[in-house]
Design a protein around this ligand. Sequence first.
Ligand SMILES: Nc1ncnc2c1ncn2[C@@H]1O[C@H](COP(=O)(O)OP(=O)(O)OP(=O)(O)O)[C@@H](O)[C@H]1O
Ligand SMILES: [Mg+2]
Length: 372
Amino acid sequence: MSHTVTASITATTQPAVERVQHQPNMAGDNALRLAGLAKRFGTTSVFDDIDADIGHGEFITLLGPSGCGKSTLLRAIAGLTPLDQGSIHVGQDDITELPPQQRGIGMVFQHYALFPNMRVVDNIGFGLRMQKVSRNERERRVDTVLRLVELSDQAHKFPHQLSGGQRQRVALARALVVEPRVLLMDEPLSALDARIRRHLRDQIRDIQKSLGLTTLFVTHDQEEAMLMSDRVFLMHQGRILQQDRAETLYTRPSGSAAAGFMGHYNLLDAVEAEPLLGFRPQSARVALRPEALYLSLDGRPFGGDLPPRVGPALSGVVRRHRLLGNIVRYEIVGSTLTLNIDTLNRSTRTLLVEGTQVNMYADLDEVQELSE
Ligand SMILES: Nc1ncnc2c1ncn2[C@@H]1O[C@H](COP(=O)(O)OP(=O)(O)OP(=O)(O)O)[C@@H](O)[C@H]1O
Ligand SMILES: [Mg+2]
């Protein structure tokens, strides 16, 4: 149970949502600044040197593999885990030493963490009761956030009478009702099925935008990060490797670790890459996305015309294909390297079967040279 984190700023006489909406857009007022954060459990470092500036109203996803330290970082920002080093500012305020309930930070967890014996309205209103907000005011604010998460008709149910998606919306409403300056969400959608997940993604993003709420959202799902964020922070082994807009992170990974996590890149060392590029790259490694590689079959382009600048043809044999809905990803084995190559899945085209002889080409304008 995690009611300690439904922290709040001072009580107000205006409804929750309106108050946030009408806040003047002061530069940095509700921004989040992390400086030199470090955390150890015993002698083991969980994260180190975490520096980040999140702008007012920005939606950031913290993306990284299991165990890289995402939840621990979020818990440290919320004040649930003490830091070993560093400082945290919300707007102009240093909150590093404040208890969770005084940080102005709302948090939503992966597993709803609702009070099972309380109805939806009371779960949501709990934080306001703790703040001794008057009953009228409480009802008004709970009502506002219930409408925001589209649960007004479920207000008097208990958590066990709700679906997973509805419970997570209650958890979101409970975090929002106390008007946090910053919202933290730790894989809030990962326990939900794909359809609900897609719907809730959009709903969370719409609500966040309408409130202008500075948000840090954790996921290990690359697609989710790409779809939702203003910027993505890519975390790996306790460090933030790259902070960039989603499209930049995808097309311009900063190094092998970033490329390895994003977009199913083909990672080649310089010697492997040379026959495909027609020259020896300057860098030690290069990364090529599956959609930056092209195929020809019997001398004709297969799956799309070749781009203007391609490297030499490299022959190979289809080992397998993976059907990814709109994309077919072929694994092609050449004499010195194996590549994943994407083509669009079209009804007018048959799939290439195992053993088919093809030629492979690299789009030279899409080669990413990696420094490490
Ligand atoms: N209370 C603790 N005591 C000791 N080690 C811990 C504790 N909590 C977390 N760790 C360790 O810290 C590391 C980071 O854990 P964390 O839960 O932050 O990862 P995560 O990125 O959220 O992973 P996941 O995607 O699986 O949720 C892991 O190696 C974990 O074993
Ligand atoms: Mg986690």
